[in-house]
Design a protein around this ligand. Sequence first.
Ligand code: ZN
Length: 484
Amino acid sequence: MSEEILVNVTPQETRVAIIQTGVVQELHIERSSARGLVGNIYIGKVARVLPGMQSAFIDIGLERAAFLHVADIWEQRKPNEAEKPIEKLLFEGQTILVQVIKDPIGTKGARLSTQISLAGRFLVYLPQETHIGISQRIEDEAEREHLREKLQSLIPAEEHGGFIIRTMAESATDRELEADIAYLRKIWQDLQKASRVSGAGTLLYQDLTLAMRVLRDIVNEDTSRLRVDSRETFQKMQGFAENYMVDMLPRLEHYSGERPLFDLYAIEQEIEKALSRKVELKSGGYLIIDQTEALTTIDVNTGGFVGGRNFDDTIFKTNLEAAQTIARQLRLRNLGGIIILDFIDMDNPEHRDAVLAELKKALARDRTRMTVNGFTALGLVEMTRKRTRESLAHILCEPCPTCQGRGEVKTAQTICYEVLREIVREARQFNAREFRILASQTVVDQFLDEESQSLALLEDFIGKPISLQVESAYPQEQYDIVLM
Ligand SMILES: [Zn+2]
């Protein structure tokens, strides 16, 4: 199926949309502020060796010194050699090549390794290693052996480094693998050259930005066109394509149209929809998508009253449409982990099979790994989708501060009763002249109207006046009781 890729670039973020048959199927967003340091390669300088902790502090030019444990020094991993203590491996003032394996968090510095690994499209290059490894996800033993032999024959004779074969390599041609090997070796050669003329604290390598990763990881023979709305990024991508994927050059375009790029396929609206809990179906039904930490549940509902002779048929059609919509929403929202689908009950087993088949067909377009089990005894479909990047909602949203992520807020009446109980408690504890309730407009209105009698009764009970004050900035659940 032919696909088009749109890349929208601003200084703050890069957004990528993958379009198939005129509809956005996949979204990727990278914010400059959230780009981590993992994968960065620096020239580090040993600041302190700590024999007691078998680790060292390394200055890599960041505010806080980074941390290197003896187990992450690659010389240690050589077989047939006794482990050496860190004080025999490093000395203060020494410069070494290091790669960040964990971002700094809070007061902890970044964690480093001296083992360098560079990711390509199909391969990961380990220049200091010698063996060929294969992703665990390629399970077939014969396929593993075949790939290993193929790669061995493509690696130039003078190359002594190691490679890891990624899952995507399964469908790669010899030419593509060769291009990947050449690309990775060139990065390493450039990096070594730079390291000889640069001082400690220099950043030598950074993993690709999202725009470049689109070229490296997403583009394939089905990509008919890739449009970018930033001239600068377009030129960078062009340079990358010239070096590593010449076939892509004629399909790469700088978009300079009047209309914002993402308006072409109403992508902003699609993003908005991909964040909402309810998704409308054309047949009149709708989906309710709930994402919790442990799992995602998707409930299929009919629009309204379904009656008469075509009852089964209407339900069947709604479920079929839901199956397609679910597949697209999972990909668009990038939902991972366990997913439970609750289709509308179907009595006809043929209908059930057809809905399951439709779901599997729609999911086949997704490049993420998935498993789908059949209907359970309770009529639910259980599936898993591999967690890759963060979900769209996690990148763009935070839990609602009003409802603390529950999705519901206490009613004004509930808050009124909480306030009344709190005043009784405080009246026993403190000797105030007067109590003043600071609350949202809706809660104050409730006190003035439906709950005016409760308030009057309480005033009598505690023998003190109670006044009301609207705090327009307060959400419904927030209030304060002030002693005057
Ligand atoms: Zn809320």
